[in-house]
Design a protein around this ligand. Structure first.
Ligand SMILES: NC(=O)c1ccc[n+]([C@@H]2O[C@H](COP(=O)([O-])OP(=O)(O)OC[C@H]3O[C@@H](n4cnc5c(N)ncnc54)[C@H](O)[C@@H]3O)[C@@H](O)[C@H]2O)c1
Length: 431
C-alpha cells in the first residue's frame, strides 16, 4: 500500500442505518481523513433521509434496500451492515456479489446453515467480512489476549466467564423489547447478547479448539408465578403495586430515563418525544414497554450456563444471569504458570504468577487499563473496530483483535450447539 492510498479516506456505504450503524458512521465525522460515507440503503425512508442529511450523501446514492444498492456498479470499497439480526445474511449476500467487503453486525447468522451460506459466498466472491465483535477491541480483552500469546500464564487450563445483565437492561431489551421476540431478532439471548462472550472465549483459547459443549438454562424469574402479590398486567393502567415494583415502567422509562430507556423511544420511532408524550405512549394498552415483566409470555431464557471442553482437555464455563443489580462481565483465566482475572467494567486486571521465592509464593500485579476510555461504550471497542475495518480495506495487516468471518465462526458455532444442548436438557454435544 503506497503512502498516497493510505492518506486518502476509504469510501463506504451503509446498509441499515439504525442505532448501531449510526455509531460507526459517526466516526466519519470525527475522522474524515479515515473514512467517508458515500451511500446508504434502508427500508425506512426516514433513516435514509437522516443519513443523507448527516453525511451529505447525494440523492442518487440513497437506496431503499441492499438489493437496490447492489444493483448498481460498486461505488465504494466497503459496506457497513447494521440491519437487525434476521436480515444480516440476506442483505450481505448481494453486497458480496457486487464486490463490497462488509463490516457486519453480530450475530452474523442465526444458525449453522446461514453461517455456512455466508462463508461460502465470501469464499466464492473472494470478499472479506468483518464481524462487529467490538469487545475484542476493548483494552481489557485485548490485554488478556496479549498476556496469553506472550506465554506468561503458561498453558490455559480453565477459563471462567460471567455476564450479569442488569434488571433495567434485561427488562427493556430481553423481556419487553425487540430482543425478547424471536420474530424480530430471530434467536434467543445466548446468540443476541452472549455471542460476544463465546466469541471472546473462542478467541482467547485459540488455536486450542472446542471439542464438546453442554448447556442448561430456563426462564427462572420472568413468569406469572413469580409476579409479586397483587401485580397487574400493565404498569400504568392496572397495577396497584407499581410504585414498589423494581420493574415499574414509570420508574425505569420516565423517572430514570438514562437507564437504557433511550432504546425504547428509538425502537418505537418516537425519538425526541416530550415527557408528556412519553407518558401518553406508555399508557397505551398496546405499548410493549409497559407490560408487567412477569406476564410477557417470555420465550427466551433469563439465565443460562454453558460448559465447554477443549481439544487439549482445558475447560471453559460461561454463565449469564439476567435481572442482576448491575451489568458486568468478569473473567478468570487459570494457566500452568499463573492467573489473570478482572471485571471488564473496572478496566483492571489482576495478574498473579507462581513464584516460590516471592512472599506468599506468588507475584501479584494490578494492571490499570486506559482509564481515559472508561465509560465509553464497549470500552472504546466500537471506535477501534471501525479503524480496523479501514485498515482491512486499505490492505493493511489485520490487528490481533481482527474478527473476520472465518475467525468468528467458532464462537457462533458454540452458541448454536449450546442452544441445541439446552433444548435437549444439557445433552453433551460434540463440536
Ligand atoms: N456489536 C454490538 O455490540 C451490538 C450492540 C447492539 C446491537 N447490535 C446489533 O446491531 C444490529 C442493529 O441493531 P440496531 O439497534 O441498530 O437496530 P435498528 O433497528 O436501530 O437498525 C436496523 C436498521 O436496519 C434497517 N433495515 C431493516 N431491514 C433492512 C433491509 N432489508 N435493508 C436495509 N435496511 C434494513 C431498519 O430500517 C433500521 O434502520 C442488530 O443486529 C443488533 O443485534 C450489536
Amino acid at each position: 500500500m503506497n503512502q498516497n492510498a493510505r492518506s486518502k479516506p476509504v469510501d463506504v456505504v451503509v446498509v441499515g442505518m439504525g442505532a448501531r450503524a449510526m455509531i460507526y458512521a459517526q466516526e466519519t465525522l470525527r475522522h474524515p481523513e479515515m473514512l467517508h460515507i458515500v451511500g446508504v440503503a434502508d427500508v425506512n425512508p426516514q433513516a435514509v433521509r437522516l443519513a443523507r442529511d448527516t453525511f451529505g450523501i447525494p440523492e442518487e446514492r440513497c437506496f431503499s434496500s441492499s438489493e437496490a444498492l447492489a444493483s448498481v456498479p460498486r461505488f465504494a470499497q466497503g459496506a457497513i451492515n447494521g440491519t437487525m439480526d434476521p436480515q444480516h445474511v440476506s442483505t450481505t449476500l448481494p453486497l458480496l456479489r457486487r464486490g463490497y467487503d462488509v463490516l457486519l453486525e453480530k450475530p452474523f447468522a442465526l444458525d449453522q446453515y446461514q453461517a455456512d451460506l455466508l462463508l461460502s459466498c465470501a469464499r466464492e466472491t473472494g470478499r472479506r467480512v468483518m464481524i462487529c465483535h467490538v469487545l475484542r477491541y476493548a483494552s481489557f480483552y485485548r490485554r488478556l489476549k496479549e498476556l496469553i500469546v506472550s506465554g506468561e500464564l503458561g498453558h490455559i487450563i480453565n477459563i471462567q466467564m460471567t455476564e450479569q445483565v442488569s434488571y433495567f437492561h434485561e427488562s427493556v431489551s430481553y423481556i419487553r423489547g425487540k430482543y425478547a421476540s424471536p420474530e424480530i431478532c430471530g434467536s434467543g439471548m445466548l446468540l443476541s447478547k452472549c455471542c460476544h462472550d463465546l466469541d471472546i472465549m473462542a478467541w482467547l483459547m485459540a488455536p486450542n479448539h472446542p471439542a464438546c459443549v453442554t448447556s442448561l438454562g430456563s426462564v427462572f424469574q420472568f413468569r406469572p408465578e413469580m409476579a409479586p402479590s397483587g401485580a397487574g398486567s400493565h404498569c400504568l393502567l392496572d397495577c396497584p403495586i407499581q410504585r414498589e415494583c423494581h420493574y415499574s415502567a414509570r420508574h425505569l422509562y420516565l423517572e430514570y430515563p438514562q437507564r437504557w430507556a433511550n432504546n425504547i423511544w428509538h425502537d418505537c420511532g418516537h425519538e425526541g418525544a416530550s415527557e408528556e408524550e412519553k407518558l401518553h405512549l406508555l399508557s397505551d394498552p398496546a405499548n410493549p414497554y409497559s407490560r408487567c415483566v412477569y406476564r410477557c409470555d417470555l420465550r427466551i431464557v433469563d439465565h443460562q450456563s454453558v460448559m465447554i471442553g477443549f481439544s487439549d482437555g482445558a475447560t471453559g464455563t460461561f454463565c449469564m444471569n439476567g435481572g442482576a443489580t448491575a451489568s458486568s462481565r468478569t473473567i478468570h483465566l487459570t494457566g500452568t504458570k499463573g492467573e489473570a482475572a478482572g471485571c471488564f467494567e473496572d478496566d483492571r486486571l489482576t495478574v498473579s504468577l507462581i513464584s516460590p521465592q516471592a512472599p506468599g509464593g506468588r507475584q501479584v500485579r494490578v494492571e490499570n487499563l486506559t482509564p481515559a476510555k472508561r465509560g465509553a461504550a464497549h470500552g472504546g471497542g466500537d471506535q477501534a473496530l471501525v479503524m480496523d475495518f479501514v485498515a482491512l480495506l486499505r490492505g493493511e495487516k489485520p490487528s490481533l483483535c481482527s474478527t473476520t468471518l472465518e475467525d468468528s465462526i467458532t464462537g457462533h458455532r458454540l452458541v448454536f450447539l449450546a442452544e441445541d444442548s439446552r433444548r435437549q436438557n444439557g445433552e453433551m454435544l460434540a463440536f
